[in-house]
Ligand binder design. Sequence first.
Ligand SMILES: Cc1ncc(COP(=O)(O)O)c(C=O)c1O
Length: 395
Amino acid sequence: MKLTKEIILQTQDYETPCLVVDLNIIKQNYLQMKECFSDVDIFYAIKANSDTNIIKTLMSLGSKFETSSINEVKLLLTLGVKPENIVNSAPYRKEEYLKRMYKMGIRMFVYDTEIELEKFKRSGPEAELFLRVDVDNTGSDWPLSKKFGVEPEDAVELIKKADEMGIKVLGTTFHVGSQCLNLENWNKALTQMKNIHDECKQNGINLEMINLGGGIPIKHLKEIPNVKETAEKIKSFVNEKFSPIPKTIIEPGRGLVGNAGIMIAEVISKRDYKGQTWIYLDIGVFHGMMETIEGFDYEILTENDITDPSNSNIEKETYVIAGPSCDGVDVMFKDGKKMSKVEVGDRVFIRNAAAYTICYASLFNGYKIPKTYYVKNGNNFLFSPNCLVETIYRL
Ligand SMILES: Cc1ncc(COP(=O)(O)O)c(C=O)c1O
């Protein structure tokens, strides 16, 4: 989302930190993804941002949804999403929650262990599963391997095990890593899936589907492959490897919402410390900027960057940027970030921060979770208190 004079003006009285989101950008992202991934069903991964305004916008366009927990499922059902349009892709869940999700009508789940299969046998016998396979995440800014997924060489055994237990496996799934900048990850992962599907076929098990997971990147500071390019590559990998082409679904989170918001924060302190200049913001690792702890980078602008877009007269400084809390981990840009000079009381605008920010925010140290405001008709803002999400999650 582009920072404009209007945004700065319209938000000047809003308490910081806060997030401003343009739902039109999310609409455009969805429509573009739908066009690029024709024949692929899109399941928005609501963990990226589960604000009801975003979910309703995507629902109205026909999106389906990916969930990680029973509370995410409840939220979607409350908003009128049909259970058959929901997949529960976290590979582990309490058996009690599985029972309840199954009762609510959810059938599509993910597994990667025999222990989970036993839970399905007891508490969800007609569930339809994807097996999560661990794949290479090299070149993705937020890795998701090393925790989930069966090793590719053990996949067929685990599918055979489900088959023996009378549990249906729809197909395989994987995650190439969030903010995946390396298209080769898709190629390698899909070769591994094809080999698993082929070996299953030789064992009399027909896998009908592929779940491509997430990973579509948005533009921050590095160059990225755009959605069209990514989709064309993925489609060509699927087409050249599989025959017949399996029914395919994708679970984008960041790629649908990340670029639709700007986080606005204030500089609350500044000092020279151990040879570097530090600035302290009223937002930090615990209040929305969690992804910075893995080195995730953002573009940070100031009002001056907009009034002087040529940047010719703007003094630059390099800052270590920290959050407000009393925790030493709360340092967002440890290695120093070059940006326009700021002083205490100035606002900073962190671009493309609508995914994996608010949802990570905690009440740590008594700070509030940043509010979200929505841009309407270009430049009107509507306050969204996020209460529905909070109320439902407490059920
Ligand atoms: C199972 C699953 N699907 C989809 C996603 C969404 O990934 P992304 O935001 O990179 O598109 C995630 C992210 O953690 C995930 O764990």
